[in-house]
Design a protein around this ligand. Structure first.
Ligand SMILES: *Cc1c(COP(=O)(O)O)cnc(C)c1O
Length: 430
């Protein structure tokens, strides 16, 4: 595979952009090698600047449910741009967008558009704090909620100690209000709630985690979490930035049948443009300025291009529920192919899948929480990734990310991927 142009661009990029990329995981650091610079994407495929073609399963890290540059989203963007790119004043489409989200996700009664998933989660926690007049919140180890300071915290030693910042630049003050519990472990939540009685504003969770590989919360765990939040007056926030509109029209909350108080969205909701949203119960959302005192704002929030792309995508899903049957069929076909390969190779690697999100771990232990996820041999994943890439299949350059199947993946793409999977594993597992 010739990657001369990408290599040269990466050397150049490193001079002007920290690490040569505008978001860390793009740099291939955890898999080895240099990132490829992408020229274009069409359907299930992307093409790099050296002319290599790949069947790819990142979909811009989740947004591209219909593959790259689907014509109906492109058309929506082209007609929106005729009227200008941004006004900083309300537009009709924002009302339509809000109504559509509320129709599709029944727990959402009011919604505010923002520009990224990070903004959505940050604002949802602020709304919960403003509403409850409490400061602390609980998150779960292994869940990712974007890069706002108070999310970059891991558990201290012992469940009851203060959180520890995971990044320089995050203050101890920020860490002090973030409590970290164990995913799918209700006892860890109960302990924190007891030790911080009356001080907790919110619990935020990925109901189906997609940032420690794919790990679903159990319905039992989430329903116990719901009960605790009800009893203690804690706002339950589902971070559906990845799962929203991907695992079902109504997101993970529809699949698992648990209603949060607030939900956060991103990725698919922007149709490939920078968008996020948070919404939920009216009494909480009406705390947000200018309806209420909790400040939240954005120069480009709800801008016409982002709304046009996002609305086109959501409308398509809402009008064509078969999208999820198609995704399920394709993803199941791929997962079955992977499983058959593993069997032939005498490996019992854990594979988790929820609809069109899946992850193969390099461990034979079942993976259902953060502790089991990190048993995966990430070095082996790195070698697997590079073997797949060489065979024209572009996976996430990091073990703990999902494989995203889109409606654009053809049977031919999936077969090519299954063959590459076998050959790649066969090569590295000698
Ligand atoms: C991607 C992601 C975020 C952050 O969204 P950005 O748009 O990258 O800021 C937050 N939460 C979850 C669950 C995500 O997958």
């Amino acid at each position: 595979m010739n990657t001369t142009k990408s290599s040269l661009l990466f050397d150049e990029a490193k001079k002007y952009i920290p690490g040569g990329v505008n978001s860390p995981v793009r740099a291939f650091k955890s898999v080895g090698g240099n990132p490829l610079f992408i020229q274009k994407g069409i359907g299930s495929k992307i093409y790099d600047v050296d002319g290599n073609e790949f069947v790819e399963y990142i979909g811009s890290w989740g947004p591209h449910l219909f593959g790259h540059n689907p014509s109906f989203i492109k058309q929506a963007l082209l007609s929106a741009i005729e009227n200008g790119t941004s006004f900083g004043a309300p537009t009709e489409l924002e009302v339509e967008m809000a109504k559509l989200i509320i129709e599709m996700v029944p727990s959402v009664e009011m919604v505010r558009m923002v520009n990224s998933g990070t903004e959505a989660t940050m604002s949802a926690v602020r709304a919960a704090r403003g509403f409850t007049k409490k400061d602390k919140f609980i998150k779960f180890e292994g869940c990712y909620h974007g890069h706002a300071d108070h999310f970059l915290i891991k558990a201290g030693s012992g469940a009851l100690t203060l959180g520890i910042p995971t990044s320089p630049g995050v203050t101890k003050g920020n860490a002090a209000d973030t409590l970290v519990a164990d995913y799918n472990d209700i006892e860890s939540v109960k302990k924190l709630v007891l030790a911080n009685k009356g001080e907790i504003a919110a619990v935020i969770i990925e109901p189906i985690a997609g940032n420690m590989g794919v790990v679903s919360a159990t319905t039992k765990f989430l329903s116990e979490l719901r009960t605790i939040c009800n009893e203690e007056g804690i706002v339950l926030i589902f971070d559906e930035v990845m799962t929203g509109f991907r695992v079902a029209k109504g997101g993970a909350q529809e699949v698992l049948n648990i209603k949060p108080d607030l939900s956060t969205f991103g990725k698919i909701i922007g149709g490939g443009l920078p968008v996020g949203a948070f919404g939920g119960k009216k009494e909480i959302m009406e705390m947000i300025a200018p309806a209420g005192p909790v400040y939240q704002a954005g120069t480009l929030s709800g801008n016409p291009l982002a709304m046009a792309a996002g609305y086109a995508g959501l409308k398509y899903i809402n009008d064509n529920p078969s999208v999820y049957t198609i995704l399920e069929e394709k993803a199941a076909y791929l997962a079955d192919g992977f499983k058959a390969n593993l069997k032939m190779l005498n490996k019992n690697y854990a594979m988790n899948r929820v609809g069109s999100m899946m992850c193969m771990f390099f461990t034979e232990q079942p993976v259902n929480d953060f502790k089991s996820t990190i048993l995966s041999d990430t070095k082996l994943y790195g070698r697997f990734f590079n073997e797949m890439l060489r065979r024209g299949v572009y996976l996430a350059p990091a073990q703990f990310e999902a494989v995203f199947v889109s409606t654009a993946h053809s049977r031919e793409d999936l077969d090519k991927t299954i063959n590459a999977h076998f050959e790649s594993l066969d090569t590295i597992l000698i």
